[in-house]
Write a protein that binds this ligand. Structure first.
Ligand code: HMG
Length: 373
């Protein structure tokens, strides 16, 4: 990939990042005990570690608003400089009123602002980000910045195979001056209509075709990366990136996606494993503590990968949302990436959160199930 394979606008990108994790979590080994499953299935088989959980009365609005306040606190603009607020989520509270209105209430954000919610399973946050970027580049923004938030609470029915992959979290990004990162205007999307994971209106928990969802994710990975690589040598094309971030439903899924890539590129198993170990695995530390935060998952990984990065280094960001839609983006670190100020959010939330045992989890799920019905 030559340095001019991508176009980066000089005045638009990520200006500030804020993250929020909820105050509770559970070790998946504790869940395994509760469900009478070998803990290795969850840790080695799925690659999971801890899943973030919300206490009663705390949910997607608190996560989204918390992340937004943190992003705003490290941005040099003010609320009057925001012209768009958009929340990507699949944890909607209302079929009509957008989550952005709930968040705007918390922030005191009103006025000459476009405000809405985007839904496309875990892909919604990436769509929100792309729309904000394209809104700025189109001229519609008239110099204003966008507040983009990806926020979700992921819960499956108790004892569902997806239960160890639960999680929660939010990432807020201000799209304005590219102090943290530029976003390439080129992007590589692929979609197919599928019922791999879905939640009909009124259902408390998602329905999942587990094996199909794995196949869809792997095919999406292959198709998006093939577009980026084009007719170049894959190792050369991807070698220009310093790290690769993925949507992380559970870390083993990402490893399967990378394996699929290696096969499609004709790489040896050793070469694929070395690629995964150096380029991909190091970007998922925070995901192992959040669990699957749906729309926020990719952006939790990208936030980790950008923190400490030298200006000019590039990362790939692969988004997947069931249904299914996917898109591969390229970001280039700006001057403020090296400092990685948003790392403090994750450190503070992890230090403050409480790990619950199986008894507390069961009563929490009792209340979640009751609240959801
Ligand atoms: P399962 O069917 O119970 O698991 O649930 P399994 O039997 O396939 O086992 C999982 C792995 O553990 C296997 O490894 C086993 O061999 C291994 P693999 O063969 O795949 O490498 N295993 C063990 N390893 C060590 N010691 C043991 C042991 N036992 C078994 N004792 C499933 C797995 C993913 C289906 C389930 O967790 C699930 O339904 N998850 C939710 C769906 C999901 O995350 N799909 C991923 C792609 S779709 C996506 O990413 C979108 C999503 O985020 C939603 C959105 O877009 O909004 C989910």
């Amino acid at each position: 990939m030559s340095s001019d394979s991508f176009t980066f606008a000089s005045d638009t990108g990520i200006a500030a990042i804020g993250l929020q994790l909820p105050p509770l979590a559970m070790d998946v080994r504790e869940l395994a005990e509760l469900r009478g499953v070998d803990p290795n299935k969850f840790t080695l088989g799925l690659g999971c570690d801890e899943m973030a959980l919300c206490p009663e009365g705390y949910g997607v609005v608190q996560l989204a608003a918390g992340a937004a306040k943190r992003a705003l606190s490290r941005w040099d603009g003010s609320l009057e400089d925001i012209g768009l607020v958009v929340v990507g989520s699949e944890s909607a509270l209302d079929m009509s009123r957008p989550l952005s209105a709930f968040v705007a209430d918390e922030l005191g954000l009103e006025g000459d602002v476009r405000s809405y919610e985007v839904k496309h399973a875990c892909y919604g946050g990436t769509l929100a980000l792309r729309q904000a970027l394209e809104w700025r580049l189109s001229g519609a923004a008239r110099g204003k910045a966008a507040l983009v938030i990806a926020a979700d609470v992921a819960l499956y029915a108790p004892a569902d195979p997806g239960e160890p992959t639960q999680g929660a979290g939010a990432v807020a990004m201000i799209i304005g001056e590219p102090k943290v990162a530029r976003i390439a205007t080129e992007s590589y999307a692929y979609s197919e209509p599928a019922f791999d994971f879905w939640r009909p209106v009124g259902d408390a928990f998602p329905s999942v075709e587990g094996a199909l969802s794995l196949d869809c994710y792997k095919r999406a990975t292959e198709r998006c990366f093939q577009q980026l690589v084009g007719d170049r040598d894959p190792a050369d094309a991807l070698g220009e990136l310093a790290a690769l971030c993925f949507h992380v439903p559970f870390p083993k899924m990402v490893k399967k996606g990378v394996r699929q890539l290696g096969e499609s590129f004709g790489w040896s198993e050793e070469a694929t494993a070395a690629f995964y170990d150096s380029m991909v695995n190091p970007t998922m530390d925070w995901n192992r503590k959040s669990g699957n935060a749906y729309t926020a998952s990719l952006w939790i990984s990208a936030a980790q990968a950008l923190a400490g990065r030298k200006a000019g280094e590039r990362i790939g960001a692969f988004s997947y949302g069931s249904g299914f839609g996917s898109e591969l983006l390229v970001l280039e670190a700006g001057d403020a990436a090296a400092e990685g100020a948003w790392t403090a959010d994750v450190e503070a939330d992890l230090a403050a959160r409480r790990l619950v045992d199986r008894g507390a989890y069961e009563s929490l799920r009792g209340s979640h199930v009751a609240a959801a019905e």
